[in-house]
Design a protein around this ligand. Structure first.
Ligand SMILES: Nc1ncnc2c1ncn2[C@@H]1O[C@H](COP(=O)(O)OP(=O)(O)OP(=O)(O)O)[C@@H](O)[C@H]1O
Ligand SMILES: [Mg+2]
Length: 269
């Protein structure tokens, strides 16, 4: 099993949209995916399962641990389950003990692994709160969605420095890649930022695929579903997330994990 977090300093860059659509694509590709919403505002739960709004979830787990199975909400894809954010306000009043959070997160990931999950995806709130820092540190990889805007040239190095600090502090988290979002493919400024980032960053740090700014993503959010489910036939942009999923498999060694599993199976035959 691998655990992947998203993170961004800025809000509204498309983290939740990415998590929902990527989780869906990975599940369609046969992986057992658990999407965990760690954002107090809880966008994931609202989108994939209507009942998630009033359910207990991630924040209750931070306060008192418990049985992951009780918190998991199924979706219409058997391979995709979610853990909603839970009732943040109630949990914040009860409080969780800051130094216990890393151990709770380790418990959560262990429980996911025992459940047979292949990929845990953790959506986070914007900024680097202490909870988000703990979530990122607990994961194997982090994907950094970055809006294609001039500020990116300064904010990307800053976020990479923060992640280097986490590693220096003993976390094993690695950058799976920087993913450009909200790219306006007709807009020279947007394309210039994409070019400059590719030139500035080490080769391979950026995903080949990027996410265009399209009204269909807005519509999908409003309907609360992955973009692939907005129409009877998935619109072409749904394929973008399949390509991102395929790239992510390569970047995180997920394909290799499956080969290992198959290797065992053939040995047992
Ligand atoms: N590629 C896109 N094209 C057009 N609109 C988009 C795209 N991605 C996201 N959006 C819209 O932008 C808004 C913010 O997206 P989203 O909620 O995914 O960002 P976020 O990073 O999770 O925000 P927050 O930091 O508040 O959690 C939403 O209304 C969403 O529908
Ligand atoms: Mg969000």
């Amino acid at each position: 099993m691998i655990a992947i977090a998203t993170a961004s300093q800025k809000g509204g860059v498309g983290k939740t949209t990415l998590c929902i659509n990527l989780a869906y694509s990975l599940a369609r590709r046969g992986w057992r995916v658990l999407l965990i919403d760690t954002d107090p505002q809880g966008g994931v739960g609202l989108s994939l399962a209507k009942s998630a709004k009033t359910r207990e979830g991630f924040h209750e787990f931070l306060v008192r641990g418990g049985d992951l199975g009780q918190m998991v909400v199924p979706t219409r894809l058997p391979e995709l389950e979610i853990v909603p954010a839970g009732q943040y306000d109630t949990c914040a009043r009860q409080g969780w003990v800051e130094h216990e959070v890393p151990a709770r997160l380790a418990d959560l990931l262990r429980s996911a692994e025992l459940r047979g999950v292949d990929v845990v995806l953790m959506d986070t709130a914007a900024g680097m709160s202490s909870t988000t820092e703990a979530v990122v540190k607990a994961c194997d990889f982090v994907v950094l969605p970055q809006q294609a805007e001039p500020l990116a040239i300064r904010s990307v190095p800053h976020l990479l420095e923060t992640l280097a600090r986490f590693r220096a502090e003993g976390a094993g988290v690695r950058v799976a890649g920087i993913l450009l979002t909200m790219v306006m493919r007709e807009n020279e400024m947007s394309l210039k930022v994409a070019r400059e980032l590719r030139d500035m960053l080490p080769a391979n740090l950026m995903f080949q695929q990027s996410i265009p700014r399209l009204s269909s993503f807005l519509e999908a959010s409003a309907l609360g579903v992955p973009v692939a489910l907005t129409k009877r036939n998935p619109p072409p942009e749904a394929l973008i997330f399949d390509q991102i999923a395929a790239e992510l498999e390569q970047r995180t060694g997920l394909t290799h994990e499956r080969e290992k599993e198959h290797g065992h199976a053939s040995l047992m035959d």
